[in-house]
Design a protein around this ligand. Structure first.
Ligand code: PBG
Length: 348
């Protein structure tokens, strides 16, 4: 058989088996393992979610997410100092508003909007060039807990897609004016990226990137988060807008549409049970891919570790490395602070 030098010999069925080839040769020495390592988890790839609430002096722990809390804006400067000292490059903000209503109008209030206030406070407190990313959605702001206004236009009580787009444009502009560095729409509305891009470009924010929750599944792994931001739907579920966990081709269509509409970074969510989706997106589109290691994934590790059933540090680093290996460039994770400490300890 002729040898094609452009392809590895092993792929062409060349005689490279045992005993000539012994893969253990490169595993026997720690430094050898280091130099051939294919994927490496870095703090620079991590985004830490933060929960901001109204009021002052309150740090309300989230019971199902140990170490995380709803925080009032006045506590943010201290929090940011810690995040900067851990060299975490980015945060993503979620807000728990004062008032909820049928459309979530507080989310686009320049002054009263809780995330708008948080952005301003962080920008003032930050000493480094910490990236402030904002989640863009309505479920935290609506009294019914759905990701947009409800209508019966389609004959069913459901989120009104196109009315939501108008409100998303409002919210995006308000957050951009407050100083957000990146907008991350998470509502899974059709056309959301295009609507936001158009609104931003129309007001001189054409430089502001969009990280789209493009392939976001209707997942039970969001349970602790919904408790954290008090956003559980008051009726029904989110299956008419979030994806069916059984689908993969559909995720490719979601991603393609978001890219056409102008998404800069594509997110897959959740992460652990969706490594195949991350890999398909990376291979097919070759764009920056983010993976969200969500609240339920975090809570499971914490709960088992608290019982002494697993080694929290090793399991977490393995999970996050697995997400990188699947093809994620960046990872949103509630473990960001821990990872930073662990990696620093390992290096020193
Ligand atoms: C929606 C949103 C959700 C999460 C991030 N953005 C919840 C949902 O869709 O119900 C979940 C994140 C997590 O579980 O960690 N704004």
């Amino acid at each position: 058989m002729a040898t094609d030098l452009s392809r590895p010999a092993a792929e062409q069925g060349a005689a490279t088996g045992f005993p000539t080839t012994r893969l253990r040769r490169l595993r026997q020495h720690p430094r050898l393992r280091d130099i051939v390592r294919e994927n490496e988890l870095r703090v620079d790839d991590l985004i830490l979610p933060l929960f901001v609430r109204t009021g002052s002096g309150v740090r309300q722990p989230i019971s199902s997410m140990p170490g995380h809390a709803q925080m009032t804006v006045d506590l943010l400067p201290g929090e940011i100092r810690e995040i900067e000292s851990l060299r975490i490059p980015a945060v993503i903000l979620f807000g728990i508003p004062e008032h909820k209503d049928a459309v979530g109008s507080e989310s686009w209030d320049d002054k009263a909007g809780i995330v708008q206030q948080a952005i301003r406070a962080i920008k003032e407190a930050a000493k480094s060039d910490l990236l402030v990313i904002v989640d863009l959605c309505f479920c935290e702001y609506t009294d019914h807990g759905h990701c947009g206004p409800i209508s019966e236009r389609t004959g069913r009580v459901d989120v009104d897609n196109d009315a939501t787009l108008e409100n998303l444009a409002r919210q995006a502009l308000s957050l951009a004016r407050a100083g957000a560095d990146m907008i991350a729409p998470s509502g899974m509305m059709d056309g959301m990226v295009g609507a936001i891009r158009q609104a931003l470009d129309g007001e001189g924010f054409e430089h502001l990137p969009i990280m789209s929750y493009a392939a976001k599944y209707a997942s039970a792994f969001y349970g602790p988060f919904r408790q954290a931001v008090e956003s559980a739907p008051q009726f029904g579920d989110r299956r008419s807008y979030q994806m069916d966990p059984a689908n993969s081709d559909e995720a490719m269509r979601e991603v393609e549409l978001d890219l056409v509409e102008g998404a800069d970074i594509i997110m897959v969510k959740p992460a652990m049970a969706y490594g195949d989706i991350i890999r398909r997106v990376k291979d097919r589109f070759g764009v920056p891919v983010a993976a969200y290691n969500v609240s339920g994934e975090f809570a499971m590790v914490k709960a088992a570790a608290e019982r002494g059933w697993i080694d929290e540090q090793r399991i977490t680093l393995e999970i996050l490395t697995g997400i990188k290996r699947a093809g994620a460039d960046l990872i949103l994770t509630y473990f960001a602070k821990d990872v930073s400490r662990w990696l620093q300890n390992a290096a020193s």
